[in-house]
Design a protein around this ligand. Structure first.
Ligand code: SAM
Length: 299
């Protein structure tokens, strides 16, 4: 489910070969991650953008696929979307088989260049800084994936995101306490602006603190570049993330009692940590149906 499409894998190979970055990729990758660790989101150069495409984008793509799949299951839909801080186009790739009008903002020239190499020159990606962006059209959905954590004034950015959207707002963040803090901030602003959380749960008043943060995990296949850049032995990795989707209108869709940790499977029973309206509870189930439930599902 989280494998990159074949045409994109092919273009990633081409990128790696054409720019002869092979020897430099690992260095660019470790520089990139040192910058991320130090919260130093300085302008990226072309090598960094290629390293992002080869070493990081496969994971953000997987998370986006997971979130879009969950959204689809709610029965809601949209026909156009604005992708803020699009990077090399993980969302565009995830939507490549859908009839959805896609537009993007990306301030880094290097990221835009790699975006076009992967997604074609006709892509509607604008060289605009989000903070200065004035929309000329309206968007049914606005998507911010691994973006808020890079922005200094998060409250202002979140308010603007809600302002730009007519129907849905998607916020995806790293699966860390600080990523979850941004999700809580988004929930607070959403409540003030009268938007409703749709996923991962419909609870407006989140009882979790960032000490027990709500996050999820997917297992991703690693591409050959990915393995090389990370010097990895295993052909897969687990990517942890936080997310929230808001709807402008209250929907009939209802979801709470979410399994917020990996279920512990024992012989004859399964143990779940479930987020309920009065906090986290440990629940033990012995029925067969429960065995199939996964982290992120509703109990
Ligand atoms: C971590 S990357 C995420 C890329 C992509 N959304 C993904 O999920 O793979 C964040 C991107 O946001 C861009 N960005 C940061 N601040 C921005 C701003 N003010 N306006 C537009 N893009 C911005 C960065 O250049 C970077 O490419």
């Amino acid at each position: 489910m989280f494998d990159l499409p074949k045409n994109i894998l092919f273009r990633l190979d081409e990128l790696s070969e054409t720019y002869g970055l092979d020897k430099n990729e690992a260095r660019a990758y470790s520089e990139l991650f040192k910058n991320y660790r130090n919260q130093n989101f300085k302008e990226m150069n072309f090598s960094h953008a290629i390293a992002y495409a080869l070493g990081r984008m496969p994971a953000t793509y997987g998370v986006i696929k997971y979130v879009l799949e969950r959204f689809k299951n709610t029965g809601e839909n949209f026909s156009n979307i604005l992708d803020i801080g699009a990077g090399v186009g993980a969302l565009k790739i995830a939507l490549q088989d859908c009839e959805i009008n896609y537009e993007a903002l990306e301030k880094s020239e290097a990221m835009r260049k790699v975006f076009r190499k992967l997604n074609g020159d006709n892509s509607k990606i604008y060289s605009k800084d989000f903070q200065k962006f004035q929309a000329e059209t309206s968007y049914q959905a606005v998507f911010a994936s691994y973006f808020i954590n890079e922005i200094e004034d998060k409250i202002l950015a979140l308010k603007k995101i809600f302002d730009l959207s007519e129907k849905y707002v998607f916020i995806l963040e790293p699966g860390t306490p600080s990523g979850f803090k941004n999700i809580l901030e988004a929930k607070k602003i959403a409540a003030e602006l009268d938007w409703y959380p749709l996923l991962p749960c419909t609870t407006r008043d989140c009882k979790l603190s960032d000490k027990d943060w709500c996050h999820f995990s997917i297992r991703l296949p690693r591409t050959k570049h990915h393995m090389k850049l990370k010097n990895a032995a295993l052909p897969y990795e687990d990517e942890k993330f936080c997310y929230v989707i808001f709807s402008k209108k209250e929907t009939k869709f209802f979801k709470n009692n979410i399994i917020i940790k990996r279920p512990i499977k024992k012989s004859g029973h399964t143990i779940f940590d479930v987020c309920t309206s009065d906090g986290i509870h440990r629940v033990v189930r012995t029925d067969k149906a429960s065995k199939k439930l996964q982290w992120g599902d509703q109990l």
